[in-house]
Design a protein around this ligand. Structure first.
Ligand code: F6R
Length: 249
C-alpha cells in the first residue's frame, strides 16, 4: 500500500496549474492559511501559475502567512541566489501577502538563534497548514540530506556535493552555493497538516520511487513522508516513471 495520493500529469506546466489550483482552493476556503513554501526550479512555474490565478480571480493572500523551508547560511537576503530574493521575484512582490508574515529562516546572522526563532514563529502561527516540497535527486527534502534524522527540527545543515552541483547554476558565474543552509527539519516538516510534494522530470523518477516504494529509511529523506497521513504527490509522467501503475489515482 502506497501511503500517498498521486496526481500524475502530462507536463510540468500541467503540474504547475494543478498545484496552483489546489493552493488557491485552500486559501479561498481558509484565508488565514499558513503556507509552507519551497524554492528551486520545480517551483518557478508553480508560483507563476499561482500569481496568474491570484490576478485573474482576485485571490488574496492578505490574511495568509508563509514559512519557507530553507535559506543558505551567510547569504544576504538581496543576494541574487538567496531564497529570499527568489521568493520576492517569483511570488511575494506579485501578491498581497503581508511582508511581515512572509518568513524565511534568517540565515545571515546568528544561525543557531535563527533556528530556534523559526520553530517558535511557526508554533506562534498555529503550525503549517499546507507544506509545499520539492525533492532532490538524492531524495532530500528541504536541505535535509541523506542520513538526516526523521525527527530533526529546524537546523543548520551541510549540503552534499551533489546538491551544491545541482544548485550552482542558480549562482552568478564564478560563485558556488555556500556549504551550509538553515532548513526546517524532517520532524518540523512532518508536523504540517497537509503535504504537497512536487516532482517533475526524469531526473526525479528514481528519488520518487525510492521515497514511496521502499520502507522509510534515513538514507532517503523523502521516505519519511510515508509516516504522514495526508500527502499528495503532484508529478509529471517522467517523474512518475519509476513508480509502476499501482500508485496512480
Ligand atoms: C528548496 C528545497 C529543495 C528543492 C529540491 C529540488 O526550497 O528545499 O529541497 O525542493 O532541491 O530542487 P529543484 O526544484 O531545483 O530540482
Amino acid at each position: 500500500m502506497i501511503k500517498a495520493q498521486f496526481q500524475v500529469f502530462v507536463s510540468p506546466e500541467a503540474v504547475a496549474e494543478a498545484v496552483a489550483a489546489h493552493i488557491a482552493e485552500v486559501v479561498r476556503a481558509r484565508p488565514e492559511t499558513v503556507l509552507g513554501l519551497a524554492t528551486g526550479k520545480t517551483f518557478v512555474p508553480i508560483y507563476e501559475a499561482l500569481v496568474r490565478v491570484s490576478v485573474e480571480t482576485g485571490l488574496s493572500f492578505a490574511e495568509a502567512s508563509s514559512f519557507n523551508l530553507d535559506e543558505y547560511v551567510g547569504l544576504a537576503p538581496n543576494h541574487p541566489a538567496s531564497f529570499r530574493r527568489y521568493m520576492e521575484e517569483n511570488f511575494f512582490r506579485h501578491v498581497d501577502l503581508p511582508a511581515e508574515r512572509a518568513l524565511l529562516p534568517e540565515a545571515d546572522g546568528d544561525a543557531a538563534a535563527a533556528c530556534l526563532a523559526y520553530e517558535a514563529a511557526i508554533v506562534a502561527r498555529g503550525g503549517i497548514d499546507v507544506q509545499l516540497l520539492g525533492i532532490g535527486r538524492n531524495g532530500h527534502i528541504g536541505f535535509n540530506e541523506p542520513g538526516s534524522a526523521f525527527d530533526g527540527r529546524t537546523q543548520v545543515a551541510k549540503l552534499t556535493p551533489s546538491t551544491i552541483a545541482a544548485n550552482t547554476s542558480d549562482f552568478p558565474p564564478g560563485e558556488v552555493p555556500p556549504p551550509e543552509a538553515i532548513t526546517m527539519g524532517i520532524g518540523t516538516i512532518l508536523e504540517a497538516r497537509e503535504i504537497v510534494l512536487v516532482a517533475t522530470g526524469a531526473g526525479k523518477a528514481e528519488a520518487l520511487a525510492r521515497a514511496f516504494l521502499a520502507p522509510p529509511d534515513e538514507t532517503c529523506p523523502a521516505s519519511a513522508l510515508q509516516r504522514h497521513g495526508h500527502v499528495t504527490v503532484f508529478c509529471d509522467e517522467a517523474a512518475f516513471a519509476g513508480m509502476g501503475h499501482q500508485a496512480k489515482a
